[in-house]
Design a protein around this ligand. Structure first.
Ligand SMILES: [Zn+2]
Length: 496
């Protein structure tokens, strides 16, 4: 029998789980701009590329739909990768500001490395002159309330100098890029210490991202009222435990900036419930809101997931069941079938994700970036699964009611599941279906398949398309393959 205390604790836990969340201060689901829609198309065959006017029409349709849902961005302060121009600005005058690469250069510009990666250079965070420069730049611009020190994007270029290494808390044998949190927290502490002297109400905004997202091992948050952390969890991080770890180290304020929706593939991932739960979990842990990055509203593989994120941005307390009901209602009389379809996909993905992840971790080390999963999503499905999906959808016949939009959505969903089956064969190396058949299907169904197939062609270029191959060849190494950054670090190590 439970004790009174246990019963009371259980009652409180139940109350907490059902508690109304205040509406988020920060609510964002980004969108892929027109320019990017056109440029990603350049990696796809001509027949699939969007013209500028097609991209504009598509983008404004997305925005109209968001508005109709009641979505409006809420971002009370600005942030983002803060030092993208530093490598270009300081390479000659202050190379000491930039991270020491394994090649012995400052900034990520070893011989032959494409210039387009220059903006991903990291800082030499142990250098006191870096903090001087940040503070004087901030003061020159009026010492505003929010001071953004989010490190640049990408996994390459973390400083390997002795002083930065001394700030790390690596475990023996750990890969260099696994745990860089302590050096960054030390850096943010020093920025905070200087900034609060200038302006006591300052908020120093920093991403806890990629190699520095896990809780610190030895450093502590020394200015909890000044630090605003933008936590970027990966899909299968234990976000709740990580935030608890950060809290233990003194963290007070944070928001969540996931890349969960940065998908570059065709096969479904069944992550809608996960995205819903993560949002609630993080809000209950004290986040001021979530800012989702994504590649686009028009990606059929993530459309339901994006819808979940948008609905939670509009209303923090919306239930998953309400979101699911409304999503499925968009398919008219086929709503029940669509609900069963998503449940079926979600169930099998949930069962296979842990095994796949364990395998990838064994192969690539412990770090995983969400966009890198795209190359492996086909492993969550068998051909029989996908055939079963299609049979289920087709069992509903043409019963889509009189709403032409609903009928089109349902027809498009079936087209996409057919497309998934064909794409699966290419990705899984199943020779029963040829590449030419897939290309012809895509050209004939481009409207239903969405504008993001360019990402797919970066991984699976068609050797027959000369023009496309030329454009692929121009892409730097590391972009065309999954886990590219990791490879960079490895080849850099080999070059040592
Ligand atoms: Zn350094």
């Amino acid at each position: 029998m439970k004790t009174n205390m246990a019963l009371i604790a259980a009652a409180f836990a139940a109350m907490a789980a059902n508690a109304e969340l205040p509406q988020a201060e920060l609510a964002m689901v980004r969108d892929y701009g027109v320019k990017k829609l056109v440029s990603i198309g350049k990696s796809a065959p001509k027949a699939l590329r969007l013209t500028k006017s097609e991209a504009e029409a598509m983008h404004s349709a997305w925005m109209a739909e968001r508005k109709a849902m009641g979505y409006a961005e809420r971002r009370p302060f600005k942030y983002g990768h803060a030092f993208m121009k530093w490598a270009a600005m300081f390479r000659d005058s202050h190379p000491d500001y930039l991270g020491l690469t394994p090649y012995g250069t400052r900034g990520i510009m070893p011989e032959g490395w494409p210039k387009r990666f220059l903006h991903q250079s990291k800082l030499c965070v142990s250098n006191p002159a870096v903090v001087d420069q940040i503070i004087s730049d901030w003061q020159r611009k009026g010492a505003k309330e929010y001071l953004c020190v989010c490190e640049n994007d990408g996994m390459m270029g973390f400083c390997r100098c002795e002083r930065c290494r001394a700030l790390d808390a690596d475990l023996p044998g750990e890969t260099f890029t696994l745990h860089k949190t302590d050096r960054y927290l030390d850096f943010w502490n020093r920025v905070c210490a200087r900034a609060v002297k200038v302006r006591p109400d300052v908020k120093v905004v920093a991403y806890a991202y990629s190699a520095y997202r896990f809780p610190p091992r030895k450093a502590r948050v020394e200015h909890p009222d000044a630090l605003m952390l933008g936590y970027v969890p990966s899909i299968f991080d234990d976000a709740k435990a990580d935030i608890a770890g950060w809290r233990k180290a003194g963290l007070k304020r944070f928001f969540v900036r996931p890349n969960f929706l940065c998908n570059k593939g065709v096969l479904p991932r069944g992550l809608e419930r996960f995205i819903y739960d993560n949002y609630r979990q993080m809000r209950e842990a004290g986040s001021i809101g979530t800012d989702h990055d994504l590649y686009g509203d028009g990606d059929p593989a993530t459309a339901f997931e994006v819808y979940v994120a948008l609905r939670q941005a509009v209303d923090a307390n919306v239930t998953f069941e309400a979101i699911e009901r409304d999503w499925c209602a968009r398919f008219g009389a086929a709503a029940k079938t669509v609900k069963a379809y998503h449940a079926r996909v979600r169930e099998r993905c949930a069962a296979r994700w842990p095994g796949l992840l364990a395998e990838l971790k064994g192969k690539y080390g412990d770090f995983l970036d969400d966009s890198h999963f795209s190359a492996y999503i086909y492993r969550l499905h068998t051909k029989e699964d996908l055939r079963g999906d299609l049979e289920l959808l087709e069992s509903s016949g043409a019963a889509t009611g009189s709403d032409p939009n609903a009928a089109k959505r349902f027809a498009d969903l079936k087209t996409n599941v057919r497309h998934q089956m064909m794409t699966w064969c290419i990705e899984a190396g199943d020779a029963s279906q040829g590449r030419a058949e897939l290309e012809a299907f895509r050209a004939a169904n481009r409207d239903a398949l969405g504008p993001f197939l360019g990402f797919w062609y970066r991984r699976f270029p068609d050797p027959g398309d000369k023009e496309m191959m030329r454009s692929i060849e121009k892409l730097p190494p590391g972009i065309t393959t999954a886990f590219g950054a990791d490879r960079f670090e490895r080849s850099a190590k080999a070059a040592q």
